[in-house]
Design a protein around this ligand. Structure first.
Ligand SMILES: [Zn+2]
Length: 243
């Protein structure tokens, strides 16, 4: 694995001649209940990207720590407009291509970013002189357990990778287990517009029984599945541009 920001220019230009796949972690700065830091999505997605880079020998780019998080207002969020994040990623990918790096993995760590990242490949290839392979993934699609927001999954993941979790301040959030399908999708829709109105305290799920051990298990599963998928992308002869 090569951490790009730590390299010296002459070394980096040598490395690029051999290693041409990069990964860009994309997170957010937004409320994650009273017990997790606002950098939670950025912290988790960085750690997943770092581990995948290690396994696949990718170049690891700096994390984009801001995302599209307006839905968390009036709780704390620092948000980019969808178009801003999309344009930022387009510019970075075109710049990578100018540096002769043409296999790009974008790893998303926040649900609200999905619209900004979904059609990047087409847009980049319309603007680029060279063919650029852009693969976009959201890391929670690579685990079996249902995902949440500051609930059991995210809190366990943070306990596994960070010392900033304050379990004493954790609260039970929105529990969807006994809701009908219809009710669940109504609340999910509401949450995408106003997360606090849907959850009251900003937590989707129940963090109370989270453990570092569970977090390590989730992380191992995500990294294993994502590594496999990334390697398939690079060897895929059909060279599908978007996933
Ligand atoms: Zn999150």
């Amino acid at each position: 694995m090569v951490v790009v920001k730590d390299q010296l220019d002459p070394d980096l230009r040598k490395i690029i001649k051999k290693q041409k796949a990069v990964i860009i972690p994309v997170g957010s700065i937004e409320q994650h209940g009273p017990h997790l830091p606002v950098s939670t999505d950025s912290d988790i997605v960085y750690e997943v990207a770092r581990r995948v880079s290690e396994k696949c020998n990718f170049l690891l780019l700096p994390t984009i720590s801001y995302g599209v998080s307006f839905e968390h207002a009036p709780f704390f969020n620092l948000s980019l407009k969808r178009q801003t994040l999309e344009q930022l990623l387009i510019d970075i990918c075109l710049s990578l291509s100018s540096n002769d790096i043409n296999s790009i993995f974008i790893l998303n760590g926040h649900h609200g970013n999905q619209k900004a990242v979904e059609n990047l490949s087409k847009k980049i290839n319309r603007l680029s002189k060279k063919k650029v392979r852009v693969f976009v993934f959201s890391y929670w699609h690579f685990m079996k357990h249902e995902f949440d927001h500051a609930g059991f999954v995210e809190t366990s993941l943070m306990l596994a990778i960070s010392k900033k979790v304050k379990m004493k301040r954790a609260q039970v959030g929105l529990i969807t287990k006994n809701l009908s399908k219809k009710e669940k999708s109504r609340i999910a829709k509401l949450a995408s517009k106003s997360f606090p109105s849907a959850t009251r305290n900003g937590i989707w799920g129940n963090p109370m029984k989270s453990t570092a051990k569970d977090g390590k298990k989730f992380l191992a599963q995500i990294v294993r599945n994502l590594t496999k998928k990334s390697q398939t992308c690079l060897t895929d002869k059909s060279r599908k541009l978007h996933h």
